[in-house]
Write a protein that binds this ligand. Structure first.
Ligand SMILES: [Zn+2]
Length: 205
């Protein structure tokens, strides 16, 4: 086998290995984890390096402060399942949309605080504790963060890497951070595994 072909074949095998991610998914109704074979949202259009097209979701990232999974509640009481990954960043840091998709919900009246939910194929990504508030403009629910120059309208398309908000302290939080949640086919999955797949492909490029 010539070098060119061999490198082509090994690269292809690598792409196959990472084309699906084996994740453990959980739903709020049944906390028993189930295996989820997750495929990148962009698989059809960019098979080989699809994860590399994704954006890291926050600027000025400082630390992962709380992982996905069971944890003791920061508010005391029993252990709770944490359906996302907490990423500390200074207040006001911009949050970037992970993958291109459609804004299906903006809200500001839950423990998630001022938040955006984006759908990209089988994936749903949730961004919590942002700055600003939700109002209605021209009959459409709209997230406004004027100081940050942010206006996100329910139903709009957002591209990968687009600034969709800023880190704040709305909702239930003890400090400024992005709570980032990821669902695949309706099950919550560990965002850290997806970030690792993104890094490994971006490093390989
Ligand atoms: Zn969190």
């Amino acid at each position: 086998m010539g070098d060119t072909l061999r490198s082509h074949v090994s690269r292809y095998a690598g792409a196959l290995l990472v084309s699906g991610l084996l994740l453990w998914g959980v739903t709020e109704n049944s906390p028993r984890p189930q295996k989820v074979d997750a495929v990148e949202p962009g698989r059809e259009s960019a098979q080989q390096y699809a994860w590399a097209l994704a954006s890291f979701p926050v600027e000025n990232f400082q630390a992962y402060t709380s992982p996905f999974g069971y944890r003791n509640s920061p508010y005391g009481g029993a252990s709770q399942f944490h359906y996302g990954l907490d990423m500390a960043a200074p207040s006001g840091s911009y949050i970037r949309n992970w993958w291109s998709g459609r804004v299906v919900e903006v809200s500001d009246d839950s423990a998630c605080g001022t938040s955006v939910i984006v759908e990209s194929g089988d994936w749903t990504h949730v961004y919590c504790h942002m700055q600003g508030y939700v109002t209605t403009e021209n009959g459409q629910r709209t997230l406004l963060d004027r100081d940050g120059g942010i206006r996100i309208v329910e139903g709009q398309q957002v591209s990968s890497g687009a600034r969709i908000g800023r880190v704040g302290m709305t909702g239930r939080t003890t400090g400024p951070h992005l709570h980032w949640g990821l669902k695949y086919s309706g099950s919550w999955v560990d965002p850290a595994i997806v970030l690792r797949a993104m890094y490994s492909q971006q490093a390989a490029r």
